[in-house]
Write a protein that binds this ligand. Sequence first.
Ligand code: DAK
Length: 255
Amino acid sequence: MDVVLERLPGAVACVRIDRPEARNALSRAVRERLAEIFTDLAADDGVSCAVLTGTDKVFAAGADIKAMSNAQPVDMMLRAGERTWAPIKDFPKPLIAAVNGFALGGGCELAMHADIIIAGEGARFGQPEIKVGIIPGAGGTQRLVRAVGKFKAMKILLTGEPVMARDAEAMGLVSEVVPDAEVLERAIDLARQIAALPPLAARKIKELVLQGSDLPLESALVLERHAFQLMFGTADQKEGMAAFLEKRPPSFTGR
Ligand code: DAK
């Protein structure tokens, strides 16, 4: 199995890409399995937050170059790679990427599909597509510039050179850097912390941050206002506020 799904206590799922012999290159089989898993997790009421990780040496070295090297434009159109990325792009629950080692090309783009990125000190992020004569194909030219700004993004995209975790953190591409051996544990702890909070509020926050950042501010603020009002129809809002006022821990139900 190139992709392993583990359901963990605390409403957390851990998805691990495990194809070390090809540095976790995102073959069609890997992408189809990821798509299947994220479609299932989206519908699974027992999962409130997911962690996506690789091996201790590599998160993912990008799309499978061997499978693309002789392709023609029509082949790429017919493969419709975007189909397999869609369930990750549209995953409605918080997603944390736990990155050790290389996150290159499609691997860096995959990490950027997450909401939070925890990286090991030895992690490296890069978009080396230009070195093999192509450009990023899963949002690299768009998500990277939104994350780090034009001048950092251009340097990474135009040189193809990777950046180390600490530099990635400084430019806003990484949420937190921890020692390599602690990456997965930290990501799972964080996932449990988030999963213990009202899941409907978490989903709305994710939806608003992602949709709102591409809208004019006034339209985004209207979306936020409506979602804020909607929260008052949830049992978790009543419970959260009652628990605060009664000075007791809340017991959220996800309703
Ligand atoms: N694809 C296929 N095989 C790969 C691979 C890759 N991306 N990366 C590594 N491998 C394979 C190597 O070919 C080698 O295979 P064998 O020779 O043993 O058969 C094996 O993994 C070990 O690789 P290395 O010997 O190179 O291992 P090292 O530890 O020395 O180096 C490395 C690790 C990750 C630094 C290095 O392997 C590397 O630079 N890999 C290539 C990184 C890269 O250029 N990535 C960008 C690929 S292009 C799309 C969406 C997205 C994309 C495309 C389309 N659509 C929605 C349509 C994305 C494109 C890309 O990502």
